[in-house]
Design a protein around this ligand. Structure first.
Ligand SMILES: [Zn+2]
Length: 449
């Protein structure tokens, strides 16, 4: 009996150990199965160190990239160059503009079946390859970026970066002395930071509308320059007495110096921050670069220049595009994104918080419409009701300024917001308005398809 009971105890102990082991295994399995299957060397998920997607397509179903059997980009050199910064290059110097977080739905992974349910592996982007091509051609030899998104849905139709190259015949950067490829690895839309110039006056105007109750009743005097002790703010014109609407249309630096001081450093900073211009964003798993607006304990002349979009101001094109979408949307717009679909993942529209009042949005819209009607010329944008602001950003002695242009179409049929930056290209509206016009018309055609 003693022997049997000893054996019984031994068996019982073994059973307990086995059960404990099973429980531990099941626990770690439920916790870690995903990581085990999707580890970076997994042949089910990766091929040659890249996610083993079958294809990346654009919004029209055009194949931009196939991974299988070998990595192949689009059909023409123009298409390959125009989409390279979204897809990544062959050498891995330029990463794709969407993260590996989309691997999971693409693998078809679920907790019960593991990878057994993996279906067709296609990642569909919201961009249009055709519009990308139009934008790259419109930018010509300028470095910079052109981006357009649907401010009601959040879909980015265009996000071109220049310089770029055909990933099937990359240039030899070590021997290039022309500077044509400077910064070519940078996705300027997501990771660029630019001195904005006068497009930043939209931020100062937003702050004025939100914080200065009688802003519409006030006028400002421009005599071509404004002295601050030994420093001064210089205007491109001598505009006399202007209200805020005319000051914005004529892009009067003297008036905006006074408006910036009226709003004050604290409220200007608060506005730049609340508009997201000093924040990073996570777009399809990729973190954007954050802009800069720094007026801690600064002299009035610096507050003035900061409100004009100079001083140490820097903006990221993605964040500024989002700001344009919120003006168009009455103080609230859709968050911009690239990935429409990946396996079982379907993008959903996410709205920004209400960043400023509907009344302020209406005011900005009317002003930006007035800019186009009285200064840039509505003839440049037939039938698309563009509201905009241009900028000519001084970036240093001996350098041509950055030309900037941002705005949106005030029409429900084509809810498009845009931003254009042409580096060291000259005057904002001269250079950028024709680029914006070409790309917006291509987008309108795209939406009608
Ligand atoms: Zn002026």
């Amino acid at each position: 009996m003693k022997k049997i009971s000893r054996r019984g105890i031994a068996v019982l102990l073994l059973t307990l150990v086995l059960t404990a082991g099973m429980v531990l295994f099941l626990f770690t399995w439920t916790q870690n199965a995903k990581d085990w299957l999707l580890f970076s060397g997994s042949p089910h998920v990766y091929r040659d160190g890249r996610p083993a997607l079958t294809q990346v397509k654009d919004r029209d179903g055009e194949t931009l990239l196939s991974y299988s059997p070998a990595l192949a980009y689009g059909d023409t050199p123009l298409r390959r160059a125009a989409t390279m910064h979204l897809l990544g290059d062959r050498s891995g110097n330029i990463p794709p503009a969407f993260s590996q977080e989309y691997l999971l739905p693409l693998t078809g992974y679920d907790a019960i079946n593991g990878l057994a349910g993996a279906g067709e592996r296609v990642l569909t982007l919201t961009i249009s390859a055709r519009v990308q091509e139009t934008a790259l051609q419109a930018l010509g030899n300028h470095k910079g970026t052109v981006a357009v998104y649907n401010y009601e849905t959040g879909e980015i139709l265009c996000a071109v970066t220049s310089p770029t190259f055909d990933p099937d015949s990359p240039p030899d950067l070590t021997t290039d002395l022309t500077g044509a490829y400077d910064g070519v690895y940078l996705n300027r839309f997501l990771h660029g930071r630019y001195t904005p110039g006068s497009i930043f006056k939209l931020v100062t105007t937003t702050a004025a509308m939100e914080y200065v109750p009688d802003i519409f009743a006030r006028t400002f005097i421009c005599e071509g320059e404004m002295e601050f002790g030994v420093d001064k703010v210089i205007c491109a014109g001598n505009h006399g007495e202007v209200d805020v609407k005319t000051a914005l249309a004529k892009s009067c630096n003297c008036a905006f110096a006074q408006i910036a001081l009226l709003v004050g450093a604290e409220n200007l900073t608060k506005t730049a921050e609340s508009l997201g211009l000093t924040s990073t964003f996570t777009v399809d798993g990729i973190t954007t670069a954050k802009g800069q607006f720094d007026l801690s304990a600064d002299a009035p002349v610096n507050v003035a220049w900061a409100g004009i979009g100079q001083y140490t101001d820097l903006v990221n094109p993605y964040a500024f595009l989002r700001f344009m979408g919120t003006i168009a949307g009455g103080g609230q717009g859709a968050e911009p994104y690239f990935v429409r679909r990946a396996g079982s993942y379907m993008a959903k529209t996410t709205l920004t918080p209400q960043l400023f009042s509907q009344e302020t949005a209406n005011g900005l819209t009317a002003f930006m419409q007035n800019n186009v009607n009285t200064i840039y010329g509505a003839w440049q944008f037939p039938d698309i009701e563009v509201c905009a602001k241009s900028g000519t950003a001084e970036v240093g002695e001996g350098l041509l300024p950055h030309a900037t242009f941002a705005g949106f179409c005030a029409n429900d049929a084509f809810p498009l917001a845009f931003v254009v930056v042409a580096e060291n290209a000259g005057a904002g509206s001269d250079i950028c308005a024709p680029i914006a016009a070409k790309v917006l018309h291509a987008c309108v055609e795209e939406l009608a398809r």
